[in-house]
Ligand binder design. Sequence first.
Ligand code: PEP
Ligand code: MG
Length: 295
Amino acid sequence: RRQHLLEKSCLPAVTPDGRRIRLFSNIGSLDEAKVALQLGSEGIGLFRTEFLYAEKPQPLAEQELIEVFGAVADIFEDKPVIVRTLDVGGDKPLPWLDIPAGDNPFLGYRGIRIYKEFIDLITCQLRALLRANAVESRDLRIMFPMVISQEEVEWLIELVHTIESSLTEEGLAYRHCLLGIMIETPAASLMADKLAPMVDFISIGSNDLTQYTLAVDRGDTAVHHLYNPLHPAVKRSIEHIIAEAGCYGTEVGLCGELGGTREGIEFLAFLDIDEISISGEYILEARDLIRNMSM
Ligand code: PEP
Ligand code: MG
């Protein structure tokens, strides 16, 4: 069956009655990007950059990051490569990053919340992305995790502009990247009408959106039976985000594990979603499912 699906991996994910959905991949490394392309992925919907740092004794240098981002973008040629800025914190520690674990790591000091304190770290990532994107054939995009407010998004956009000014002053080549946010908190979902017009694209993080909407720790086996990305409350939230994004013409995708299940694809395909980003090989099944389902 795998071989049969692989042979069809160059076909577009389009239903027999003409609904086209772009299928992207979630990756954490250059090697995973290569595999994703072989599976017929049409872009990277989530590059989790924390994995790049995980095995290193110190943060990656700007030049090292330029090389990785550039290499992934080159593999995907003119297709979008959405790179998520560092999403670490209590539950995802890095050995050289001094962050207190906190009593409630999932509600704690994590994601963009640490950027003001660790401004050099995030500046390095953003400089590398902007500089790697100077090559015109590339389409690198920047995505920020764990957003809860308009003020945060204003600050992040301002930060990118400040960094662009510095690069200009330094005479270094760069090109602006499209900017987006993850919607993965109930606050961001409820504020989608305000956040959508501020950015170029939105990606729904169904893993955290489920966890925070249902107040169910995504990693706690004792409440595993309650962790349901297809709970009606989560579905309503997703429907709401997609509708609001549509009102403002903001591109909207989903990059949580919901896209890696049959039920998830069946639910999402009927909504006005532009792109679904999938982990691992499930993209083969998702394409086949969409090509055989009628709207
Ligand atoms: C999510 O929360 O849905 C997501 C894609 O991000 P992560 O799983 O890395 O938290
Ligand atoms: Mg998340």
